[in-house]
Design a protein around this ligand. Structure first.
Ligand SMILES: [Ca+2]
Ligand SMILES: [Ca+2]
Length: 135
């Protein structure tokens, strides 16, 4: 248990940058509401991914969101990042990159997701177990 705790370095994370590429394929874009849920050891935090006065998640777009966490957390307390949309419009995600804004450290960069979410509430889950994949 001590080793696990010692893996954490620094002050922890309080702001994340989430970058999402919507696929270039036909019908990849969505007008549904898109959400990210961050699962922690002891709870979760849900974020509505939306930029005002901008049509998010259109085909081929790269959308960037800066997210404030409810509190400063250690990296090891994050269990997963989960993405889903609510509504009847399909959405195809090509890749997702998540970084710590303060340090610039890339927490995860899932380059080959290429998955279409057809169902409302269906999730793409990026588990912290995969974070050490080479970038
Ligand atoms: Ca849209
Ligand atoms: Ca918008």
């Amino acid at each position: 248990m001590d080793n696990f705790i010692n893996r954490d370095e620094g002050l922890g994370i309080c702001r994340l940058q989430v970058v999402i590429k919507t696929s270039n394929d036909l019908w990849s874009g969505t007008d549904d509401n898109v959400y990210m849920e961050i699962k922690f050891d002891d709870g979760e935090h849900k974020v509505y991914l939306n930029t005002d006065w901008h049509n998010d998640f259109e085909r081929g777009d790269v959308d960037t969101f800066n997210i404030n966490l409810p509190r400063r957390v250690q990296k090891s307390s994050i269990k997963s990042f989960e993405f889903y949309k609510k509504g009847s419009d399909d959405w195809k995600i090509e890749w997702i990159k998540i970084s710590d804004i303060e340090t610039g450290e890339v927490l995860c960069y899932e380059q080959g997701i290429n998955r279409k979410l057809n169902l409302s509430g269906e999730r793409v889950v990026i588990s912290s177990g995969y974070w050490n994949d080479p970038v």
